[in-house]
Design a protein around this ligand. Structure first.
Ligand SMILES: [Zn+2]
Length: 271
């Protein structure tokens, strides 16, 4: 039985540690009863009108104006863009004019909602409790070994004067170390990243090696100055939990269907 109650389109996940903060943050999931099972990602193979409707329904359900959704054109890179009020709505149809080749967004504007689209890749959220600014990122293995989490912290510091000690971060549902067997290309790239204690993000399972994206991103955030107590790891593996979440690797293995989810975050207006 799916625990998902699709008729009301609730978010599948929210970061507990950010619930009391003045921001909206939510991640969609997979809902068997919803059109296209709640898929929020455009592909050459799905009906984009359905995806549009699903996106708008999800955003409204979490209190975000769909017109505020602002996106990067994700390429598994490490570029961070600053989003200003004038960028509100970039990336939405019909223009699809999201920030080119951009996998992370930061903002201090309350009228834009930052989104990232994932299925197994890590959706990352960083919020500055003092400066009231935030960032989101899409961190698959390429973004992770390229240190995109660190880049988000650096961008918050450079653009808004954030202090790492004021930042809280969330590492959302994504493929876990339990399910993420990788090859030498991933291990070699991670080995070259220079992150301290990087070996703790590699798990040996018999002859196979699994990459722990959660630990790899956590290590970067700690190295960037965040107290580890201010980093929440959802501990939800999308492939294990394929009934509730889309999983790229799961779908390839015949578990569930292919689709994408969205993490969205928007600053609230401080009272
Ligand atoms: Zn798993």
């Amino acid at each position: 039985m799916s625990s998902c109650v699709c008729t009301s389109q609730p978010p599948a996940f929210r970061f507990t540690s950010l619930m009391q903060m003045p921001l909206v943050q939510a991640m969609s999931g997979r809902c068997k009863e919803a059109p296209a099972e709640g898929d929020l990602g455009y592909t050459p193979h799905n009906d984009h009108a359905v995806i549009d409707d699903n996106r708008d329904a999800f955003l409204r359900s979490v209190g975000v104006d769909p017109l505020a959704l602002t996106l990067g054109r994700q390429v598994h890179g490490t570029t961070v863009a600053q989003v200003r009020s004038a960028d509100r709505g970039r990336g939405r149809p019909p223009r699809f004019d999201g920030f080119p080749a951009t996998d992370a967004l930061v903002t201090d504007a309350c009228d834009v909602a930052l989104g990232t689209v994932v299925a197994d890749c890590v959706p990352l959220l960083v919020y500055d409790t003092r400066r009231h600014v935030l960032g989101v990122a899409h961190a698959g293995w390429r973004g992770t070994v390229g240190l995109i989490a660190r880049n988000v912290v650096v961008a918050l510091q450079a653009n808004f004067g954030s202090q790492p000690a004021d930042l809280v971060a969330g590492i959302g549902p994504s493929i876990g170390p339990c399910c993420y067997e990788v090859g030498a290309d991933v291990l070699d790239a991670w080995g070259d990243s220079g992150v301290s204690h990087l070996e703790t993000a590699v798990v040996r399972r018999g002859e196979a090696y699994h990459f722990d994206l959660w630990t790899a991103n956590q290590l970067q955030l700690v190295e960037a100055g965040l107290p580890s107590s201010q980093i929440e790891v959802s501990q939800i593996c999308t492939r294990c939990e394929y009934e509730r979440f889309f999983s790229y690797r799961g779908a390839r293995a015949g578990l569930g269907t292919a689709g994408r989810m969205m993490l969205v975050a928007q600053l609230g207006v401080p009272g």
